[in-house]
Write a protein that binds this ligand. Structure first.
Ligand SMILES: [Zn+2]
Length: 247
């Protein structure tokens, strides 16, 4: 019974982008993977789902805790495993809360189905259809995305829908929209983690001091100082290029 390390996007994008292979046989190593995924998720009470690629195991296996609700007000159910989950019906698309254990501290609003019918195998090898509704459908959809290398930042439509949770002056948690911290012309939205590209876009945005942390997804050099924020994602850099302003 082990808890495994969760891969973070800023260090392990390639592994998180790899697709999971279908499970052909519920052998000992898959059973161990299921147990480890459950233990790992239970060790992170802030999370309600975990997919095998997040622990660098490229099989179509996820674990979820249902019944949480997007406001986190209710204690979620115990972990269940969904093996080879396949969506056969998806509808009722709505915007809802999203976040991921591979992106600690980063949250967003995404549009996902709130009704899902999925064929799954459970951990005893039984195959059946199961319906998920409301935020449970969001969670299951997010985890199935992981099996195809799709991450929640891919489904965030604009920077306004992405925010960080920071600690405020009185020690309380504060949601800070990335757009609010991002000074126009100072932040840059780029689609690569390469040092060269970061340096180039950072120079365009007038951002200094990036060499110390070139691979962080969001770089806050001085707390919430908007002049030193770098955001990386899948949007073309043209959306947030420098306007040449300075203070
Ligand atoms: Zn995730």
């Amino acid at each position: 019974m082990a808890s495994r390390d969760i891969l973070l996007y800023r260090n392990h994008e390639a592994a998180l982008r790899r697709k999971g292979r279908p499970v052909r046989k519920l052998n000992r190593s898959i059973k161990r993977l299921v147990e480890d995924l459950k233990n790992t998720l239970m060790a992170h009470p802030e999370g309600v789902g975990l997919a095998a690629p997040q622990v660098n195991a490229h099989h179509r296996v996820v674990v979820v805790r249902l019944g949480a609700g997007s406001d986190g007000s209710s204690e979620p159910d115990p972990c269940i495993a969904l093996i080879n989950p396949e969506i056969i019906e998806a509808r009722d698309e709505r915007r809802d809360f999203d976040g991921c254990l591979s992106f600690p501290g980063l949250y967003g609003q995404t549009t996902r189905p709130h009704f899902l019918r999925v064929t799954v195998m459970d951990e005893r090898g039984m195959c059946f259809d199961r319906v998920f509704e409301g935020f449970d459908a969001v969670v299951v959809h997010h985890e199935i995305d992981h099996l195809d290398g799709v991450l929640f930042i891919d489904r965030v439509e604009s920077l306004e829908d992405l925010y960080r949770v920071c600690i405020g002056e009185n020690g309380q948690q504060v949601r800070v929209p990335v757009s609010a911290i991002l000074h126009p012309g100072r932040g840059v939205w780029i689609n690569s983690v390469s040092r060269t590209r970061i340096s180039r876009f950072a120079a365009k945005g007038g951002i200094n001091g990036l060499k110390s942390c070139p691979n962080d997804m969001i770089v806050l050099q001085k707390g919430l100082n908007p002049h030193s924020l770098l955001v990386m994602g899948d949007k073309p850099p043209g959306d947030y290029q420098s306007d040449g302003s300075s203070e």
